[in-house]
Design a binder for this molecule. Structure first.
Ligand code: FAD
Ligand code: NAP
Ligand code: MG
Length: 463
């Protein structure tokens, strides 16, 4: 009998977790299926693979990346640490709790570079369309080899969708915005605060993008930042220069009108209004349809598409936990594909999904969200041999992080946490976050030499 074939769409943290899960089984002597991972970009890392481009890439594909210059982790790294590959193992010295993007990108690559995982990935290849044959129980995947401008198709027994869900903007309309004279962009196209120096900025939205882009622009010299919320304000203590207002009702040229009757003039608008789960390569009946949510419907154990469990989605939840959650999902998905984890019947699966959906409805605040996602991870980690980590402790750290942000949104990234994987206490970064304008790995890892004071210079020349 020929080997089973597994197709993975996307080589971001979720797709890479799937590859790593299979590698870990292979290293233990298990026979693994034939695996091909398709990545439309020229490199791996998904969101963490920064692109200066907006709009389309060199082959005309929509740009995936939503990250920007000066992006620092917005949660403690101790909350996302791989439990089979620690920060200590990678960096060989303690680092701070909130590293910048290039440092986390380096970490993600560490454990997969060891494993020759790259050989499984076909880069510059877009998954264009998927169909499923009820008789053969196989997927046909139509692929575009972008470099060679060739379309071809291949068959797979299992399909893992790891294409992310923070890439296609949700771009609402506000009356009169078409006549706004300045820049109007979505957070997806924001590439750094530099161009907004000295400007009066309006950010619409009240979640992570609004919070972080607002703070970044403040840090890098915007004249003022106004955040406009629809449902709830972010509600932290804002420094002078950042304020929250209710929702914009409409624009008149460069004047925004707000729900409470106030008005204000702006130079630019950034829509921090979230993203759409978008799967243009999947037919209707296989497409996950959901808002950004801690428990998308129709996914058993958060990953198996209930109508067709050979179709597996990774990382589709709203995320407190990230890399370690993708790992627990990928390990379980692997065991199912290896025939080591059996699924119950469809009705039983539906019952299990419903229990989570009901609980999700009752969550009230950030602490409830953390407990919910922690319980979800507890539920699935016990089903595979992904190394256990202290979920209680991580949940506690998440809650502390939420409190830290409320206390001071400009200094929370100076706090340090203890690793649950190695017990190591994070180092303090050599420079306070508000004073650190350089997010390069080199600057981060190697403390800059102290500049010699004039006295020292004079002494040394006079010697
Ligand atoms: P992605 O990282 O989005 O990767 C998906 C991959 O699939 C991409 O490489 C893409 O090119 C590929 N792909 C998509 N469609 C196709 C196709 N049709 N064919 C082939 N390939 C395809 N998380 C944190 O833990 N800490 C943070 O500080 C943090 N900051 C963030 C900041 C921003 C602005 C955003 C948007 C997200 C942030 N996240 C953060 C969350 C982030 O989404 C996850 O950390 C992680 O990148 C999700 O991994 P993923 O593999 O599921 O998706
Ligand atoms: P999000 O968490 O899904 O939030 C979307 C926001 O848009 C919500 O506040 C929502 O308000 C608002 N919104 C949606 N439609 C609207 C409308 N029509 N009018 C007004 N407001 C509207 O999306 P996100 O903030 O972009 O975050 C996405 C991911 O990126 C998260 O995982 C986050 O961690 C990550 N991120 C990380 C960093 C970092 O610093 N490392 C920075 C940015 C983003 P309602 O509450 O009313 O629905
Ligand atoms: Mg386990």
């Amino acid at each position: 009998m020929s080997k089973k074939r597994i197709g993975i769409i996307g080589a971001g943290p979720s797709g890479l977790a799937q590859l790593r899960a299979f590698e870990s089984a292979r290293k233990k002597g298990e026979e693994i299926p034939e695996i091909v991972c398709f990545e439309k970009q020229s490199n791996w890392g998904g969101m963490w693979n920064y692109s200066w481009r907006t709009g389309v890439g060199k082959y005309g594909e929509p740009i995936h990346g939503s990250m920007y210059k000066y992006l620092w982790s917005n949660g403690p790294k101790e909350c996302l640490e791989f439990s089979d590959y620690s920060f200590d193992e990678h960096f060989e010295k303690p680092i701070s709790s909130y590293p910048p993007r290039p440092v986390l990108f380096d970490y993600i690559q560490g454990r997969i570079k060891r494993d020759n995982v790259r050989d499984y990935i076909r880069f510059d290849t877009t998954a264009r369309w998927v169909s499923f044959d009820e008789k053969t129980k196989k997927f046909t995947l139509v692929l575009d080899d972008l470099k060679n401008d060739k379309t071809y198709s291949e068959e797979f027994d299992y399909l893992v969708v790891a294409s992310g869900h923070f890439s296609t903007p949700n771009m609402p309309y506000f009356k009169g915005i078409e006549n706004f004279p300045g820049n109007v962009i979505h957070a997806h196209d924001f590439r750094g605060a530099d161009q907004f120096k000295d400007q009066e900025l309006l950010l619409i939205g009240s979640s992570y993008s609004a919070e972080d882009i607002g703070v970044q622009c403040h840090k890098h010299g915007a004249k003022s930042v106004t955040l406009s919320y629809r449902t709830n304000p972010i509600g932290v203590k804002w420094p002078d220069g950042i304020e929250e207002m209710p929702l914009v009702t409409h624009f008149e040229e460069d004047i925004a009108h707000f729900k409470d009757g106030r008005t204000k003039r702006f130079d630019a608008v950034i829509m921090c209004t979230g993203y759409q789960h978008k799967f243009p390569f999947l037919p209707d009946e296989m497409r996950l349809k959901t808002k950004n949510n801690l428990y998308p419907d129709n996914l058993y154990k958060g990953i198996f598409f209930n109508d067709l469990p050979q179709l597996i989605y990774l990382g589709m939840q709203d995320q407190y936990y990230t890399f370690n959650m993708f790992d627990t999902q990928a390990w379980l998905a692997r065991d199912y594909m290896l025939g080591k984890f059996e699924l119950p019947d469809k009705r039983t699966r539906r019952g299990d999904i419903n229990v989570w959906l009901q609980r999700n409805e009752s969550l009230k605040d950030g602490h409830d969200h953390v407990d919910f996602q922690s319980d979800y991870i507890r539920d699935i980690i016990k089903l595979s041999d992904y190394p256990d980590f202290n979920i209680d402790k991580v949940a506690e750290m998440f809650k502390e992080w939420l409190n830290d942000k409320e206390e001071n949104i400009l200094t929370y990234r100076d706090k340090t946490y203890r690793s649950v994987v190695t017990g190591t206490m994070a180092a303090e970064h050599h420079t306070e976050w508000m004073d650190e304008m350089d997010d390069s790995k080199e600057r981060y890892l190697f403390e800059p030499e102290e500049e010699e004071s004039d006295d020292v210079k004079m002494n040394s020349t006079s010697l």
